[in-house]
Design a protein around this ligand. Structure first.
Ligand SMILES: Nc1nc2c(c(=O)[nH]1)N(C=O)[C@@H](CNc1ccc(C(=O)N[C@@H](CCC(=O)O)C(=O)O)cc1)CN2
Ligand SMILES: Nc1nc2c(ncn2[C@@H]2O[C@H](COP(=O)(O)OP(=O)(O)OP(=O)(O)O)[C@@H](O)[C@H]2O)c(=O)[nH]1
Length: 459
């Protein structure tokens, strides 16, 4: 692996397919050999030069722009050459092949996915959270997700983590110093307000965790399943939410036989909506498979919109069939009772106990859709002002929750009048490790450096 990290790499940096401009990038200890062979002249550092890209036989592959980013001032921190050509798949493949040929002497190879960014991380250009934010920015499905990824990329998330880490290091210094001078122990910790420090740290961690949770929501989105009896208007609701005719709508019960998916957004939160086959007994074989798939989707959902037909709300057999469905809904998935066709039957239906609420709307006219959208955001727990959110991943949330658990342990130990100072120290150490996982900084010397620089050990 390490040897591979030393190898020069090249790749087409732009999306596959046709485009106005396409870029081939080379990163190596030195890209001079490739510059000489392909550009046929020296390049001024970090300056765009318009020139022909040359084949080995001297013919031109394309006329384009070349930029040399001398190490270490480049995206990867290595020597980087960028060739900006016309964006055709064939011309870019030819240019890449030409670079590989020109760099054969230094074993230039095609980069693996993420390898340029991995080098940027290893060369200290970015930390791990920032590197992940680059991928999240590229994958963002809404503007809010993209903006919060940019904030993480700019280091906002990492800065919050560093603030937590610095406070944690201070506390660890206190505890570890107390360990070294046991006769002063309790006094020392009390005087330095170790309790207060820990409490403030926990409070701050709670805030960061909440912001990260909002960011993770922007990244992952919410999986919502529309379920209910045939003809309740499930496909109509999907279409109304999406603002497009995606699913087939007919008055014939059992129209939707397979799941239909669509990602829409509410205030920037991606919503993965699934329309399912109507749930009923005595369906034919194909419909039955659709119904089984519907239940499979319901079990995996973050929320279920249980759709009912308001015009049939008074029919005992209709209510009985709804009750049968309700009895089978998983307990741990939030359910919203949605009474549809409000335009045809203007009735207000009492809230169903034990659900995330009940509302009525018309998929046909759109009345009540806004209330539903707000309800979905509330279930997701999304309430952030988008400018305060930074993108985060499940991995980050997991690490932050582990930090939280270690700090709770530490608080419990501290409350026991420091009878187990070494255990307390260990909990704080584990908390810091979990924090460091987020930014990818695992270096134990960090802590030692700070301790030694601030404490006079000989004293
Ligand atoms: N043409 C082009 N556009 C691009 C990229 C690229 O590689 N090429 N990027 C890549 O994905 C992104 C920009 N990322 C970059 C990050 C750092 C440096 C760079 O030269 N850094 C130096 C100098 C910094 C400075 O002058 O402030 C350094 O870090 O020392 C360049 C691009 C998006 N746009
Ligand atoms: N008046 C009125 N009719 C509606 C409304 N929503 C849906 N419908 C009608 O109800 C019928 C069934 O709608 P669909 O959206 O196909 O219902 P579904 O629940 O997907 O049906 P299945 O595919 O059978 O499960 C169609 O004739 C729709 O036009 C509404 O808000 N008001």
């Amino acid at each position: 692996m390490l040897a591979r990290l030393d190898q020069p790499i090249a790749a087409i940096a732009t999306a596959p397919g046709r485009g106005a401009v396409g870029i081939v990038r080379v990163s190596a200890k030195s890209v001079q050999a490739v510059i000489e062979a392909v550009c046929g002249r020296a390049l001024k550092p970090r300056e765009a030069t318009y020139l022909p890209f040359r084949s080995a036989d001297g013919s031109f592959i394309d006329q384009g722009i070349a930029i040399h980013f001398p190490a270490p001032n480049s995206y990867t921190g290595e020597d980087v050459l960028e060739l900006q050509a016309h964006g055709g798949p064939v011309v870019l493949q030819l240019l890449l092949a030409r670079c590989l040929e020109a760099g054969a002497g230094m074993t230039l190879r095609v980069a693996e996915p993420g390898e340029f960014t991995q080098r940027a991380f290893l060369n200290g250009k970015l930390d791990l959270a920032q590197a992940e934010a680059i991928a999240d920015l590229i994958d963002a499905s809404t503007e809010a997700a993209a903006r919060s990824a940019t904030r993480s990329l700019a280091g906002e998330f990492s800065r919050e983590i560093h603030v937590l880490r610095d406070a944690l290091i201070n506390l660890r210094m206190l505890v570890e110093a107390t360990l070294d001078f046991p006769e002063e122990e309790i006094d020392f910790l009390q005087k330095a307000d170790a309790d207060g420090q820990l409490q403030r740290l926990q409070l701050k961690l709670g805030e960061v965790l909440e912001r990260a949770r909002q960011g993770a929501l922007l990244r992952e989105g919410l999986h919502v399943v529309i379920a209910g009896q045939p003809n309740a208007g499930k496909s109509s609701l999907l279409n109304a939410l999406a603002g497009a005719e995606l699913a087939i709508v007919t008055p014939i019960p059992g129209t939707t036989r397979d799941v239909v998916r669509q990602t829409i957004q509410i205030e920037g939160v991606p919503l993965h909506v699934v329309d399912t086959a109507g749930l009923r007994e005595g369906a034919d074989q194909v419909e039955q498979i659709g119904i089984e798939r519907a239940w499979g989707q319901i079990e995996k959902a973050d929320a279920v919109l249980f759709l009912h037909d308001l015009t049939r709300a008074d029919a005992p057999d209709y209510r009985a069939a709804d009750d049968a469905i309700r009895a089978k809904l998983p307990e741990d998935v939030p359910v919203v009772d949605v009474w549809n066709k409000l335009d045809a039957q203007p009735l207000v239906i009492p809230a169903q106990a034990g659900t995330q609420g009940s509302l009525s709307l018309s998929a046909k006219t759109g009345a009540g859709l806004d209330t539903l959208r707000k309800q979905l955001l509330a279930i997701a727990g999304y309430h952030a002002a988008p400018e305060g959110v930074f993108i985060a991943r499940e991995r980050h949330l997991h690490a932050l929750r582990r930090v939280d658990a270690h700090l709770m342990e530490a608080a419990a130990l501290l409350a026991q009048q420091a009878q187990a100072l070494d255990l307390l120290a260990e909990e704080l150490r584990l908390a810091q490790n979990a924090l460091n996982e987020i930014t990818g900084e695992f270096n134990a010397d960090d802590l030692l450096g700070v301790i030694f620089s601030r404490f006079c050990i000989g004293k």
